[in-house]
Design a protein around this ligand. Sequence first.
Ligand SMILES: [Zn+2]
Length: 438
Amino acid sequence: MLGRTDFVKNILNYDMGYKFLKPIRGTPVFWQSVQKDLFAMVRQLGIPTWFCSFSSADMRWTHFMEAFMCADNIQINVDNLDWAQKCDLLKNNPVTAARMFDHRFHCFLKDVLMSPSQPIGKIIDYFYRVEFQQRGSAHTHCIFWIEDAPQLGINTDEEVIAFIDKYITCDLPPETDPLFEIVSSVQMHSKKHSKSCKKQHTKCRFNFPRPPSTKTFISKPIKNVVTKQNEEKPNSGPQQPESDMKKPSDETLAKQTMTKVKEALSNEHAAYETTDDLFKSIGINQSVFEKAYQLTSNKTSVVHKRNIKDVWVNQYNKDLLRCWNANMDLQFICDIYACVVYVISYISKAEREMGLLLKHTQNEINQNENLEAKQALNKLGSVFLHNREVSAQESVYRVTNEIKRRFTESNICSYRRQYCQNESSSQCHSEQNRSTKL
Ligand SMILES: [Zn+2]
């Protein structure tokens, strides 16, 4: 087919030149199609409940190191390894590391998350994607649909908050608790912050230290709150006394209040016992804090109950963290669109740049009319193959996961089919769990 010049030329004329990369994992067009599949799942199953991330702690999980030592025929106690030795072992064993992560995550999913003890509720369905950080190790982003989970805008805020508080905590346990070691080692944000914290020209884009709060609340931008009050919905959550507060002066005041909270948190000399102590010291209380928070944010979000000692702790689920024993994140989904876009376009920078690069090459080809069509396709292919940095572990995933992807793909197809057939019906998925792994 590629021999037919007019056929290939036609493809290029319609900007389809790089679409042939669609079945190749990791290409921008591949992820575009995954995003559509995920939206189809949302359409079928409704709004998912949780967004979770689980990182790899290959230097911390001793059985990883033991497996590497076994492979390299090193016979010393794993506790006697220093950091550099561990790094070398990891570097020398990318295949073992990737396979063990994959296995660990599968066991975790099957034996913990989906277990009858239901650590985050009864999972109806899930979607997850494995990604690779700059340092080359894997982590997963997951979306879970939970049976009978309350939803924002349908249930009352109190019901949603009670549900969230049942599963999520920010608590740094007492030192006597075995969980203390895990939380303090993997869930605390570094007080020095990382390079990645400053990516968006802020001090910390993850907002650490996070403001303390005496209770969990749903922060809604004030505009939404006012609209809701006008509609006089009985379920619009706790009474918001700030109906007329969308004045510029209030916004300025709110910003000042939030800055004061941040400053009080950064003040190392002031040792506040409780959140109320901190609020008192700057002349506010919980309700003023909640108003200020809502006035200064522009999206709906959950602010978790957080004591003073927990302002550097990222929220977690106790059972999951105990089992996973590495950094995790668990969030109640407030905005499904943002969540899907985040999961899918949270592609490494290299992949995003690749999209631009391919587009650029396509434009170049369009301008150069003398280029043979076949040559043009060659050029696009080689741009992709030669410009994407892939870590050793990622390569292993790419190579070994192709097989797994193939059989899970049939599930996606069945979703697509349902999506087309049942557009008008909202309740149509089988009781059987269908999973999608990408
Ligand atoms: Zn930071």
